[in-house]
Design a protein around this ligand. Structure first.
Ligand code: FES
Length: 176
């Protein structure tokens, strides 16, 4: 009788011990899984951060292409109102014209006439752009053709003045 009780007791203890070990193992598993999850998450975060680094740098320092497209034209002090200067933009094969209007604005366009590519000039008296080849006229403020054979606008060049220097920074070709 006593021996049966003892056996039961021992059996119970063994079961409890097995259960305890299982519980300990389960707790270890959870800890390990949590650790693995945290490691994986940290790894993924770092990988994601590295993958997006070029975009972050790009956002922080601006558009690199704009820097490549930036061209110094002339100090504004050397271009009084009612005068113009020629330059090339965006390549050496693209003649362009910068005008400082009588109203004090800066207007710049590629200067190859959209009719047959003759150079366009600034006409100070009438404040227009004139192509002498076939008397083509363009609006100084928009580059749109206003008279004569040209049918298309002159490509417009965006300018910017930084520390007194006029730069060409971008170009809009407004027709196909
Ligand atoms: S080339 Fe300019 S009007 Fe003909």
């Amino acid at each position: 009788m006593n021996s049966t009780k003892n056996n039961r007791h021992q059996t119970g203890s063994r079961d409890e011990m097995v259960e305890l070990v299982n519980n300990v193992n389960r707790v270890d598993d959870i800890k390990l899984n949590r650790r693995a999850f945290l490691k994986a998450t940290a790894g993924a975060s770092i990988a994601l951060g590295l993958a997006t680094l070029p975009f972050s740098v790009h956002a922080a320092f601006g558009d690199f292409e704009d820097e490549e497209n930036r061209l110094e034209i002339i100090p504004l002090a050397d271009l009084p109102k009612g005068s113009s200067v020629t330059f090339n933009y965006p390549t050496d094969n693209d003649p362009a014209l910068l005008v400082h209007t009588m109203a004090g604005e800066l207007k710049a366009y590629n200067s190859a006439c959209t009719h047959l590519m003759c150079p366009v000039f600034y006409e100070k008296e009438e404040e227009v752009l004139l192509c002498p080849c076939h008397k083509g006229y363009f609006d100084l403020n928009s580059g749109h053709p206003t008279a004569g054979p040209p049918q298309r606008e002159l490509p417009k060049i965006e300018t910017e003045v930084v520390n007194g220097i006029v730069y060409a920074v971008d170009r809009q070709v407004r027709h196909g």
